[in-house]
Ligand binder design. Structure first.
Ligand code: ZN
Length: 351
C-alpha cells in the first residue's frame, strides 16, 4: 500500500474525473457514477487547491442525505475557503447521495434500497450504491491523507454530537485519527476497536477509508431531519479546528474543557407496544434504574416503565412516538474522562 505518512512535496494538479484544479484554483463540477432513466447519477465535487503546500483533506457530507446540518456546513466551508489562504488541498463532496437528497429519503438509496454506510467497500460489479461506495473510496477519498465524513442523526434520530475514529493498530495514523476526532468533538469521542465493546460499524465509509491508509473520522452533529444553526456551527467549528491543527488555515485549534472517551454503548428497547412518553433528553447523564420512558396502550394504561440498565449519557433518542416490541427508544454511551493525550492536550482551554 502506498504510504500516506508524508506530506506531498507540492500541490500538483488535482483531478477527479473531469473536474480539475490547478495549484491556486478552486473548481467545481460533477463526477458521474451511473445513470437512471431520467438522467445521470452524479456526485458534486468542489476542489480547492491552495497556493501553498500542505496536506490533502477530503470532506464528505450527504452519505446520508437527510442529515442536513453536515451538508449545510460543508456547503458553507467550500465557499469560505480560498486557494489564496489555504495550505494544501480540500476535496469536498457536499452531497454524496444526490438521489436520497432529492427524494428526502433517510438511510437508504431510493434506487437500490441500500445504505451506503453499510456496504463499503462496495464494488463496480454491484448495484448503484455499491458502485458509488467504490468510486467514492477509490477516486475521491484515497486522493487525500485525511478525511472527515460529516453526518448527523438520520430521520427519526435525535443525536448527541460526537467525533469517532476506528483504530487500525497503525500507531502513527491512530495518533492523528484520535487527534482529529478529539479536535472535532465538542465533548464525546468514540474510538472504535475491533474485538472491543465498541467495534466500528461494518461496511462504513470511514472504516474502509482507514483500511486504505487514510486518516478518516466520523463527524456527527444534528439530526431528525432538522437544520438547526447550532448543529451546523458544531460541524463548522470542528472542521476549522482540524484544519488549524493540520496547518491548512490560520489560527490555533482549541479543545474546550474535559472530554469523554466512549468505551461502550447500549440500547434500551420497548418490550411492550403503544405510545412512548419519553422521560429524558439528549445528552443527559442518566443513572442505573432511572426511568427512560413510559409506554401506554390505546386505553392510556401504562403497560411498561423502561429504566436504564446502566449509567451513561443519552447519545441517540429515536423520535418515534409509537412503538412495537423490540423497537429502540434510547441509545446510551458509556464513557470515561478522556486520558491525557500529548497530541492535543496543548490545545486544551478551560471553560
Ligand atoms: Zn449518517
Amino acid at each position: 500500500m502506498q504510504s500516506k505518512e508524508n506530506k506531498l512535496p507540492a500541490q500538483r494538479t488535482v483531478r477527479i474525473g473531469e473536474v480539475i484544479a490547478e495549484r491556486g484554483q478552486k473548481t467545481r463540477g460533477f463526477l458521474q457514477v451511473g445513470e437512471t432513466a431520467t438522467g445521470p447519477i452524479q456526485v458534486p465535487l468542489v476542489l480547492i487547491n491552495g497556493e501553498r503546500d500542505g496536506p490533502v483533506l477530503c470532506l464528505t457530507a450527504g452519505v446520508h442525505a437527510t442529515e442536513y446540518p453536515s451538508i449545510d456546513a460543508l456547503m458553507r466551508l467550500t465557499r469560505e475557503l480560498t486557494p489564496e489562504t489555504l495550505c494544501g488541498t480540500v476535496i469536498a463532496v457536499p452531497v454524496v447521495n444526490m438521489h436520497m437528497f432529492a427524494n428526502r429519503l433517510g438511510f437508504v438509496s431510493p434506487i437500490d434500497g441500500l445504505n451506503l454506510n453499510k456496504i463499503a467497500p462496495g464494488g463496480r460489479g454491484g448495484s448503484i450504491s455499491e458502485i458509488l461506495a467504490e468510486v467514492l473510496l477509490d477516486e475521491v477519498i484515497t486522493q487525500a491523507e485525511y478525511h472527515i465524513d460529516m453526518h448527523a442523526g438520520d430521520l427519526g434520530e435525535i443525536l448527541y454530537a460526537f467525533g469517532g475514529y476506528p483504530m487500525t493498530g497503525h500507531m502513527g495514523r491512530d495518533r492523528r485519527g484520535e487527534a482529529l476526532a478529539r479536535l472535532f468533538s465538542p465533548r464525546l469521542v468514540a474510538l472504535y476497536r475491533e474485538g472491543s465493546k465498541l467495534p466500528a460499524a461494518a461496511g462504513s465509509i470511514v472504516l474502509e477509508a482507514t483500511r486504505r491508509g487514510v486518516v478518516s473520522i466520523l463527524a456527527e452533529s444534528g439530526g431528525n431531519g432538522t437544520l438547526e444553526e447550532a448543529d451546523v456551527q458544531v460541524h463548522l467549528a470542528g472542521v476549522r479546528n482540524i484544519m488549524r491543527y493540520l496547518k491548512m488555515i490560520d489560527g490555533s485549534p482549541e479543545i474546550r474543557g474535559q472530554q469523554l472517551i466512549a468505551t461502550e454503548r447500549y440500547v434500551t428497547r420497548a418490550a411492550r407496544a403503544g405510545l412512548v412518553r419519553l422521560k429524558v433528553s439528549i445528552g443527559e447523564e442518566v443513572q442505573r434504574g432511572q426511568e427512560a420512558a413510559e409506554i401506554c396502550n390505546v386505553w392510556g394504561d401504562t403497560v411498561e416503565r423502561l429504566t436504564f440498565a446502566r449509567p451513561g449519557i443519552t447519545g441517540l433518542i429515536w423520535s418515534h412516538k409509537a412503538v412495537s416490541t423490540g423497537d429502540p427508544i434510547v441509545r446510551c454511551w458509556i464513557s470515561e474522562p478522556a486520558p491525557h493525550f500529548a497530541e492535543t492536550d496543548c490545545f486544551m482551554r478551560s471553560k
